[in-house]
Write a new protein. Sequence first.
Length: 317
Amino acid sequence: MNELTTDLKSLHEATLNNLKSSKANNTLRAYKSDFKDFGAFCTKHGLNVLPTEPKVVSLYLTHLSKNSKISTLRRRLVSISMVHKLKGHYLDTKHPIIVENLMGIRRVKGSIQKGKKPLLINYLKSIINVINDQKTEEIKKLRDKSIILIGFGGGFRRTELISIDHEDLEFVPEGLKITIKRSKTDQFGEGMIKGLPYFSNEIYCPIVNLKRWLAITKIKSGPIFRRFSKGSILTDKRLSDQSVVLLMKKYLNLAGIENENFAGHSLRSGFATVAAESGADERSIMAMTGHKTTQMVRRYIKEANLFKNNALNKVKL
């Protein structure tokens, strides 16, 4: 009997670990954060949190709609539903009171989502130029330039960018191969390889700058993008993904460019938009960015072609 109890206990623990591993850590944190906000709303109004009912969720979505985007409402709904499932409770998220309420909110607010600005070529060059003009140590300049250029050149998500280790790099005559071990759309760790060719202009070439960074730091293993401690001493600690955003905003500001509407995603969307402007097809763009569906890539292509294929180009005035 004791052996059976021990076996069941170990199976229970293993099952819990499997459930946790089924979602990325960032996703689990988002579920917890969203559900905490929902819990605070229910507690304030004396409503049941877990299990709850569709009417309560619908009230919460209406409450959120005053200051939140439709995409935020949908994410909160998914989080509330997932927590209920993990706790063994059923919540009908397809109930008419939820579905019809969301449709009504969407009609009132409109569904156009204003994304962050892409980092286009002119902005990219301005950032690199302003880094070169800084009165600071060359080692810091090389790190920051490498982060921005590799991030743009490979269409990286910021979490993918800071996760690159030296072991993931392979320099070849044509350029650089970078192995991505895991990404947002690759939850099972199948991995992918991105190929970055050399740029004709060395000043803005991701590979040339990365080689110089690795040479000056003598990094041979582990994270390639690391933090500095006081006194410009390079540590072995990996940069956080938020650091990518802060660096980009810092240099945009120094270049005299409004930086409020730029984010970490701007490197990735910038690559896709610039590639589309240059005539790259959606399959080639997706091969680099790792997008699994064409929906978002087609948005980049559409934006890139706003003026290229504009009907007014045919009008002679």
